[in-house]
Design a protein around this ligand. Structure first.
Ligand code: HEM
Length: 182
């Protein structure tokens, strides 16, 4: 999509900014979709959302990495400049932390990692995705200069997904059942 836009000149007068915005939004949408898989399964009993969750999570990580690479390209791959930006601008701090949190999740997305870590520890580690998606939404909110409605809508969707998990999970926990994957 981005490549087609770049080739056809559809990225506009500021292609770097356009590409940053597109990859940032795609990352957030994919993170939310992967987060929506468990609530959807809990609400409907469907099993297919659980099967696509890992792919969605890895795609989100891929787009986050691309988003970051475009940012680095825009800053001449100057790591000192990047570090200063991460330390000085809360908006960048939030995005960078979200990206860092996604790294261990991507690295432990294999079935072998679940066996190595043990199910409980793996589950706890993958709960970092909740923090990552929340930081992604905060990064979006802080980054927007004018209309804050779109980031607030994303935040409301994330909050609703968290609420569904909480409300649907509690009876299972009380019954002493094995915790489900995040
Ligand atoms: C999981 C990680 C991340 C997510 C979900 C994310 C998401 C987003 C979103 C949704 C936007 C706004 C899009 C719009 O306004 O239409 C954005 C913009 C931006 N992001 Fe990220 N981001 C992430 C990580 C990062 C990182 C690591 C950096 C750089 C260190 C970064 C730098 C930027 C910049 C500079 C913009 C603003 C572009 C502009 O307004 O010109 N992001 N990001």
């Amino acid at each position: 999509m981005l490549i087609l836009d770049a080739l056809s000149g559809a990225l506009g007068a500021n292609p770097i900014q356009r590409a940053t915005l597109q990859t940032g939004l795609l990352t957030l949408v994919l993170l939310i979709l992967s987060l929506a898989c468990t609530p959807l399964r809990l609400l409907t009993g469907w099993t297919w959302p659980a099967r696509i969750r890992k792919t969605l999570g890895l795609l989100a990580f891929g787009y986050a990495a691309l988003h970051f690479l475009i940012y680095l390209f825009d800053h001449g791959f100057d790591l000192t400049l990047m570090t200063e930006d991460v330390l000085k601008r809360p908006f960048i701090t939030a995005g960078f932390t979200a990206l860092l949190l996604l790294v261990p999740l991507a690295l432990t997305s294999t079935p072998g990692a679940v066996t190595r870590l043990g199910f409980q520890r793996w589950t706890r580690l993958h709960q970092l995705s909740y923090v990552a998606v929340s930081l992604g939404a905060l990064h979006y909110y802080w980054g927007v200069k004018q209309d804050h409605t779109p980031p607030l809508i994303y935040a409301a969707v994330i909050a609703t997904l968290f609420l569904i998990r909480l409300l649907k999970r509690r009876p299972a926990r009380q019954a002493g059942s094995r915790p489900a994957k995040p």
